[in-house]
Design a protein around this ligand. Sequence first.
Ligand code: GLY
Length: 347
Amino acid sequence: MQKILFTNEVRQAITSLIEEMRPASVHIVTDSNVARAVLPLLSLPYPVITVMPGDEHKDLSSLSLIWDGLIKGGATRRSVVINIGGGVVTDMGGFAAATFKRGLRFINVPTTLLSAVDAAVGGKTGINFGGLKNEVGAFAPADAVIISTVLFSTLPSVELLSGYAEMLKHGYLSSEETCRRLLNYNILDSRPDTLLPLLEESVRVKERIVVEDPCEKGLRRALNLGHTAGHAFESLALRCHKPVPHGHAVAWGMLVEMILSHMTEGYPSRELHILAGYLKDNGYGTPAFSCDDYPALIEFMRHDKKNDTPGEINFTLLSRPGLPLIDRTASDADIRTALDIFRDMTS
Ligand code: GLY
């Protein structure tokens, strides 16, 4: 099982892990932003392989740059890779480690809230390929993940909100009580010591699900809550050259999917109003779209790689906070109605 450490003593945690693992050599993988802003704070005595930041560089050429760096640095099968960065670095560095010499051990140290709560944990690794996101990859859990909220101190508000949406998602998958606690916490006014236990609770929700279903054959699909509609909002925004943060799209997607849950599974309407009010009051904004965009949004949903049955759109819905329903589908007419209601609630 993946070891997850929650601590604000990052350097010490890395040093103890490396002592335990007794590797032949250690290699850091990071991007140039993190190399500048975070690595000096950790002053780790290991060689660094630096890739370009951003999802557009989560590609084959960055992957081969990492493999090259490992070869030049003399990595052997007994070496350890430490991925320090956001989701792009942990996904790509994890994939590089998992494939180099048929697999090196690796540690993830997420530096964004979004990667701490999601990408760094659970073993999904990979790169974008052929214009498709995460098209090539492997399930390869890190040997350890070190989660530390002190690393988020320089994150802009928009990044914090984006990561917090995934924490809210875990809350909705967990219980009504956890949701309430998260909805009452102000992430934009958070301190590392108060955020760390909340984040631990959130990551443990994902961990429990992943332990039961590591390769996403069933239960793990619950983690897709908000993502079918969310990815459609993200794709539409990208097509209009106005990209939106992933977590914001997931937050909007959760509201759409809760409306669908209300329409088809009896999800309580007051929960819709609570989430809509929260998103409005906490700076999540609203997606720019009109009813003319419904066909495009539905087409994006239909082409989502989460769909197993051709033509059907796969959703994770809820019957109550804490009670997810996986492998649900909805008709185009219901999705249109849900989008109408979403626009009313968020305007
Ligand atoms: N991001 C959802 C998962 O890891 O399954």
